[in-house]
Design a protein around this ligand. Structure first.
Ligand code: GLN
Length: 418
């Protein structure tokens, strides 16, 4: 492998004195969507930052940036990251975000009293690609509760620990066609799917049922810490208490499931509902959630640490479910028009997954009649109107939509082949 510094010198537009300055390097990172705190480049960045003179190209200097992910930096320098023209893509996302921000329709969820206090004007969009290229718009540092966006992860944890066959002995795989908290089960007396409330509670019942409730929450929280690289990651006790005091529907559903013996024997109903509400109350911001979404888009592997958090078969199941059940009883219309696996929550969060490409999260508390974020849904529509992200866009010859995965020059060649 070529000396990294030499490649950097060759690739970057250095200043008139041929100096590689930290400002130039940071500008280059920004242009490519790489955060300056990204651990994959951190030792190299610190080295460049501390170098006051022309940086020697001595190979022995390599020792000074040990810990840098050289392969990643090489790809970054060669413009081989998954979105090569990241600033071009970012400009489009900014444009869509601004358009969507002017939509003030909908209203915040009020059946959980604490959620009524949220400022409905807040809005954030975050992106994280499978190569860890990030972009944030708006209130991306403000925390909100996961609510139903916790469900795909609870499902994935249940799948990893119990296996698909066992999990689906207790949960169906069909859209319900009903509201997310409807007190109803399928013909077999099971939750219709893992992404509505009944299924969400069932997944909680299947996660380490033999452990204490605090250990079970700990297991789920640790997965979220790995997905988001945020520590500590805690639940919002005000939202938790507020939901717990008013969770009559969820209790009704849990009692119904208990009555028809949908739960595994020995399931503690109270503990299950409590764990479910705590997972819904976990606090994140859009940047955190986009990072989690990118792990899903990347087949279960964290783009930053390369740690295998979920197996690819778990992710395949999870994405399949998100494709037709993630947006409640708007899921069919969403799959038709937008065509991206997604999950929403009543806090106003929407998580979009574009497999092998990126995770996108939108947070805006005003909801439509289905319980989906109004701006989140509009953003998703505008996104796939502009980019070829719909599941089946690849079937359209000469698709007029933008494909940000390839460089513009390459895209021209492809067009003529098409
Ligand atoms: N905690 C909420 C509930 O159980 C989650 C629902 C949602 O986000 N759709 O009602």
């Amino acid at each position: 492998m070529k000396n990294l510094l030499e490649t950097i010198h060759n690739r970057l537009n250095l200043n008139q004195n041929n100096l590689l300055t930290i400002d130039l390097f940071d500008e280059f990172l920004k242009e490519n969507g790489i955060a300056i705190s990204d651990t994959r480049i951190k030792p190299l960045r610190t080295y460049i930052k501390n170098a006051t003179e022309f940086i020697s190209l001595q190979p022995k200097m390599d020792a000074l940036y040990t810990g840098t992910n050289e392969q990643f930096v090489q790809r970054l320098l060669e413009k081989q990251l998954i979105i090569p023209e990241f600033s071009f893509f970012r400009d489009h996302i900014t444009e869509i975000s601004k358009e969507v921000q002017s939509n003030c329709n909908g209203k915040v969820a009020d059946y959980i009293p604490e959620l009524k206090n949220i400022d409905p004007n807040q809005f954030a969009v975050s992106i994280c690609t499978v190569d860890g290229q990030v972009f944030n718009f708006g209130d991306h540092e403000t925390d909100f509760c996961l609510q139903s966006t916790a469900k795909p992860i609870n499902y994935a944890i249940a799948l990893e620990s119990q296996g698909e066959t066992y999990v689906h002995k207790h949960i169906g795989r069909e859209p319900s066609g009903k509201r997310f908290n409807e007190v109803t089960l399928n013909d077999q007396g099971l939750p219709h799917n893992p992404l509505i409330n009944a299924g969400g509670m069932m997944c909680c019942a299947l996660i380490e049922p033999e452990s204490s409730s605090s250990l079970r929450l700990d297991t789920i929280t640790k997965v979220w810490q790995q997905l988001t690289r945020r520590k500590p990651l805690v639940y919002d006790s005000a939202v938790y208490k507020s939901e717990k005091l008013t969770a009559h529907r969820n209790y009704a559903l849990a009692h119904l499931m208990k009555e028809v013996e949908a739960f595994p024997t020995d399931t503690d109903l109270e503990e299950t509902v409590d764990l479910y509400i705590k997972t819904c109350s976990l606090k994140v911001n859009t940047a955190n959630l986009a990072s989690a979404a990118a792990v899903i888009a990347n087949g279960g592997i964290c783009p930053f640490t390369h740690k295998h958090i979920f197996s690819n078969t778990t992710i395949k199941d999870c994405l399949t479910m998100m494709s037709f059940c993630g947006m409640y009883d708007f899921s069919g219309e969403f799959a038709f028009k937008v065509g991206i696996p997604a999950k929403s929550g009543v806090s106003g969060a929407v998580m979009l997954i574009i497999p092998n490409l990126m995770g996108i999260t939108i947070w805006s508390p005003n909801l439509d009649s289905f319980g989906n974020s109004v701006r989140g849904v509009e953003f998703a529509h505008k996104l796939t109107e502009r980019f070829n992200f719909h599941n089946f866009d690849s079937l359209i010859g000469n698709c007029p939509k933008i494909n940000p995965r390839i460089r513009k020059k390459v895209s021209k060649v492809k067009e003529t082949i098409d």
